[in-house]
Design a protein around this ligand. Structure first.
Ligand code: SF4
Length: 374
């Protein structure tokens, strides 16, 4: 017999054990679509624990979708700083502007798919939770629960296809059609609390009576892991230069692409070969006695990054010309001095915050100096 993904026991368990997450409506109350939208975009590739304080900060500054739509993109990016995957912040802001311009929140999965940053999962999650559409969004938790419930001994695209098919069929189950938002969130909670990647707690699981992986002793072995891809390493060289007032020179990255629109220390393009301190001669933004401040390592989804950071202190910056934002040309902006107290409000990636933290070593007289022309 085909096991049910939404038996009565699942809803009974959810009614007792649901996580009191800040974006969730109280039991029986309708969800706020703006809260659902915000949380689902923040939760893409990020854990619940990390998202909670960001969600609170966003709601405090932008209590409504209209407030977010009326904001400046730079402020949205600054508030997002540290959460990573910054394309999400830009898409969130654009989606808010589109919805505000229409004056109506799209309700159906197909309409939501047309919004920036809305893939099949996010569109289905918002449609089910905020608008009670009977559709099952498949994230990592749901994929794992389905793979185990049906003992799917498959991997890769074959597993994904089977899981999608089962999720589509399960959307027709009567209890799910009566409570789609709760059904979806029950699966999220079940995957997070009981049907965990390692050591699933089958003894207390409401799906246990129908679970085929449990019956076959395969619960922990499924789903089969994807083969791990070795991430390539890339290297960069960046320059931390400070004047007597403690200001640092930064430039803005082009609007599109990785970390688009965020501020960074000036430097050389990231490449597959390591830089040496002597390379300052070709890449330094200005003339100074450069010292090695240290190395910063950071992991992105598709590659690992090692940055060599050189630093210098000047009594004053030379004339830098007018700051010009060249977003449209796809180039970095001109160099702009930023006072230390303004850095907290600036959209900066985690990796650049790590680089700036090396600034404390600037005053130390250690390591060979490298003179470079800018
Ligand atoms: S019985 Fe175990 S393996 Fe099956 S769904 Fe529940 S926790 Fe997961």
């Amino acid at each position: 017999m085909t096991p049910s993904l939404f038996p009565p026991a699942l809803f009974a368990w959810y009614d007792r054990m649901r996580r009191p997450l800040p974006w969730r409506a109280p039991p029986g109350a309708p969800a706020d679509p703006y809260h659902v939208l915000l949380s689902e975009i923040m939760l893409q590739q990020t854990t619940v624990g990390t998202v909670i304080p960001y969600f609170a900060r966003f709601l405090e500054r932008f209590p409504t979708l209209d407030a977010l739509a009326a904001a400046d993109e730079t402020e949205v990016l600054a508030l997002w700083s540290g959460l990573g995957y910054y394309a999400r912040a830009r898409n969130l802001w654009r989606a808010a502007r589109e919805i505000a311009a229409r004056g109506l929140f799209p309700r159906r999965t197909e309409e939501l798919r047309a919004l920036p940053g809305f893939g099949p999962y996010t569109a289905a999650a918002v449609a089910a939770i905020a608008f009670a559409e009977p559709i099952v969004p498949v994230d990592g938790n749901v994929r794992r629960v389905i793979a185990r419930l049906h003992a799917l001994d498959l991997a890769g695209p074959a597993l994904d296809r089977r899981v999608r098919g089962i999720a589509e069929a399960a959307a027709a189950e009567p209890l799910f059609r009566a409570r789609p938002g709760d059904g979806v969130q029950a699966l999220f909670d079940l995957g997070a609390a009981l049907c965990t990647p390692r050591a699933p707690l089958c003894l207390t699981c409401p799906l246990a009576p129908g679970c085929q992986a449990r019956a076959q002793g395969l619960a922990e072995a499924l789903p089969r892991p994807k083969p791990k891809l070795e991430r390539p390493e890339r290297f960069g060289l960046h320059f931390l230069v400070r004047d007597a007032e403690g200001r640092v020179l930064l430039r803005r990255r082009p609007a599109s692409g990785l970390l688009g629109g965020l501020w960074e220390l000036p430097g050389a393009p990231w490449r597959e070969r390591a830089y040496r301190a002597e390379d300052a001669a070709h890449h330094a933004p200005l003339k100074a006695r450069w010292r090695v401040l240290g190395e910063v390592r950071h992991g992105f989804t598709h590659f690992r990054l090692s940055l060599l950071i050189l630093g210098a202190e000047l009594s004053a910056f030379p004339r830098l010309g007018v700051s010009e934002d060249k977003e449209k040309t796809g180039e970095e902006s001109a160099l702009v001095p930023h006072a230390p107290e303004s850095l907290a409000r600036l959209p900066l990636s985690s990796v650049m915050r790590k680089c700036l933290a090396l600034g404390g070593r600037l005053a130390q007289e250690s390591g060979p100096a490298h003179r470079a022309a800018g």
